[in-house]
Design a binder for this molecule. Structure first.
Ligand SMILES: [Zn+2]
Ligand SMILES: [Zn+2]
Length: 342
């Protein structure tokens, strides 16, 4: 090997460090609201391993290993991920759905192949198309989420080419996760459906109400989740069906019928403060971004708590409501919403 006197000695030290490090060659940073499974698939691809093989690296045999990781946060697999990427465990936990107060609204990890049945994950083709590295969001796992607030279109839950569900966990080829694992179709090219402003507003309000009541803990004691799950029956579109059992298309049909009714079913609650809070969110539709920021700040606070305290409400709903109304009354404070008064 020909060497030069001017060759930097540091090159040898860097190689030595690489050999000695436990870190995988490429580390990918989690994106905002990214699902743990989506990040794991991107990590696998960046390091030249197909998702199905990467599941074996983490100790899984087969099946929906990454979807299971989202739900169960298996310790052995998580220890491997954190040791080889340096991304701290609390950060990975925040990307998972383990212990989510919205667990009952999550789409089930199954697919019976019927056209109107749910699949486990939805996506917005335009979000994927705009991402520098396309990724799947946590909120796309919720049965109550039917549209994209950014692109004003309906979500999809199947490949438009072969009608398969999203099954990146079973991908044998080394391709990014936005290509259908069954037929190779680029999901970014999927067409989008129009969703009326009224239906999108209902979708967004339900999402905001759920997030805030999950954080305050009132969701555990009131009847909201039961009402949401019964939407297909309540709106008369699919009697006796649960919301989580239906495809995105079928749930959009339910929301279309629901939007024609008064919102009393959503507002009513035994607790007057809760009812007032819901009414405020529904009537302040234009301030959803503020509610989102408030919820984000509170959620960060929840995740900073130690695991044994995680289930405790971080603030009282009445305190939240007071803070919210105060911000609504004082427009100058709307631009600086980061930390709530609570
Ligand atoms: Zn989108
Ligand atoms: Zn396909």
């Amino acid at each position: 090997m020909i060497t030069s006197e001017r060759a930097p000695a540091i090159a040898i030290r860097e190689r030595y460090q690489e050999v000695m490090s436990d870190r995988w060659p490429v580390i990918v940073r989690p994106q905002p609201d990214e699902l743990l499974s989506s990040w794991a698939h991107r990590l696998a691809f960046a390091n030249g391993v197909a998702p199905r093989s990467f599941g074996r690296v983490l100790g899984f045999s087969a099946g929906m290993w990454s979807a299971s990781l989202d739900m169960n946060f298996q310790t052995d697999a998580i220890n491997i991920l954190t040791a080889h990427t340096g991304i701290p465990l609390p950060r990975l936990f925040a990307m998972s759905l383990k212990g989510s107060p919205l667990k009952r609204l999550l789409l089930p990890l199954r697919d019976d192949g019927r056209r109107l049945s749910s699949t486990w994950l939805q996506f917005c083709p335009q979000c994927l198309a705009e991402d520098a590295q396309p990724y799947f969001r946590r909120q796309w796992r919720l049965a109550t989420r039917i549209s994209c607030p950014h692109h004003r279109c309906g979500l999809r839950d199947r490949c438009p080419s072969c009608r398969s569900r999203i099954a990146v966990f079973g991908q044998l080829e080394l391709v990014p996760q936005h290509f259908c694992a069954a037929c190779g179709f680029d999901l970014r090219r999927a067409s989008t459906s129009f969703i009326s402003p009224k239906i999108r507003s209902l979708d967004r309000c339900i999402h905001d109400i759920c997030r805030l009541e999950a954080i305050t803990g009132s969701l555990l004691t009131n009847s909201l989740l039961r009402s949401l799950l019964a939407i297909p029956d309540f709106c008369g579109q699919y009697p006796m069906k649960s919301l989580v059992s239906l495809s995105t298309l079928a749930r959009i049909r339910c929301f279309e019928r629901l939007a024609m009714r008064p919102n009393d079913w959503l507002i009513e609650d035994d607790d007057a403060v809760v009812a007032l809070w819901r009414r405020a969110i529904l009537s302040a539709d234009g301030y959803a971004s503020l509610i989102g920021l408030l919820a984000n700040a509170l959620e960060r606070k929840r995740l900073r708590l130690r695991p044994e305290k995680r289930r405790q409400p971080t603030t009282e709903l009445s305190t939240l409501l007071t803070a919210y109304l105060r911000m609504m009354e004082n427009p100058r404070r709307r631009s600086a919403p980061a930390e709530p008064a609570a």
